[in-house]
Write a new protein. Structure first.
Length: 201
C-alpha cells in the first residue's frame, strides 16, 4: 500500500465511524438488548449487558493518547485492575443522565482494584468536555477522542466493542474484554458489570 493511500484510508474509516456514531449516538434499543451475531463468544441478557466467559475474552488493541487535562494515558498500563471504559460526549443527554452513577461507583470503588477511563468523543474542543467533567465532579481521567479513532481502532472486529454514545466496556484484570453495554447505565447495572470481575482469581 502506498503512503499516500494510508492517510486516505484512515480518513475514510474515521468518516464512516463519525456517520455510525451520528446514527447511534444517544440512542439504543428501548428493551435494553444489544446485538451480537456471528461466531462470537458472548451473550446478551435482557438488561442489555453482553458478557464473555473467562478464557474466551479478546484483548483490546492500543487505547492510548492525551487526556482532557493534557496527560498521556495508556490503558495497557492499567493491567491488574478491572478497567471501565465509557464512551461519552458533553452534548449527549443520556451521558449526562448516567454521569452521576459513574461518579458514585468510581468514588465508592476508589480503594479497590478498579480504574475508570472516559473516552470523550465528538466534542469540538476540550473545553466543552472539561466543563462537563467539572459540572459532575468526575474523579477519573478521560482520553480526548474527538474523531472516534480510539473507539474505531481500539477493539478488534467481532469483539464486545463500543458502538455508540454512551456505551461502556469493562476489561478484566488481564486487560481482556469481559462485558459491554450499549446504553446509559445506572449504578446497579454498572456494578453488575464490575463486581463479578473483582471476584475473579
Amino acid at each position: 500500500m502506498s503512503l499516500s493511500r494510508a492517510p486516505r484510508r484512515t480518513l475514510l474509516a474515521v468518516g464512516v465511524l463519525s456517520a455510525a456514531l451520528a446514527l447511534s449516538a444517544c440512542g439504543g434499543d428501548s428493551n435494553g438488548k444489544s446485538g451480537g451475531g456471528g461466531n462470537t463468544n458472548f451473550v446478551t441478557n435482557t438488561g442489555g449487558i453482553a458478557t464473555a466467559p473467562k478464557g474466551k475474552r479478546a484483548s483490546i488493541s492500543e487505547i492510548a493518547g492525551e487526556t482532557l487535562d493534557g496527560k498521556h494515558l495508556d490503558v495497557a498500563d492499567l493491567k491488574g485492575k478491572v478497567v471501565v471504559l465509557n464512551a461519552w460526549g458533553s452534548w449527549c443527554a443520556p451521558c449526562r443522565a448516567e454521569a452521576p452513577h459513574f461518579v458514585k461507583v468510581a468514588t465508592d470503588l476508589k480503594d479497590e482494584d478498579v480504574a475508570f477511563v472516559g473516552l470523550n468523543t465528538r466534542d469540538a474542543n476540550k473545553q466543552q468536555a472539561i466543563a462537563f467533567e467539572e459540572d459532575y465532579e468526575v474523579p477519573y481521567p478521560s482520553l480526548y477522542d474527538r474523531d472516534g479513532r480510539l473507539i474505531l481502532f481500539g477493539f478488534p472486529k467481532g469483539t464486545l466493542s463500543l458502538q455508540g454514545i454512551p456505551s461502556t466496556v469493562v476489561l478484566d484484570k488481564e486487560g481482556k474484554i469481559a462485558a459491554r453495554s450499549l446504553m446509559a447505565l445506572n449504578e446497579e447495572k454498572l456494578r453488575s458489570m464490575i463486581d463479578p470481575l473483582l471476584k475473579e482469581k
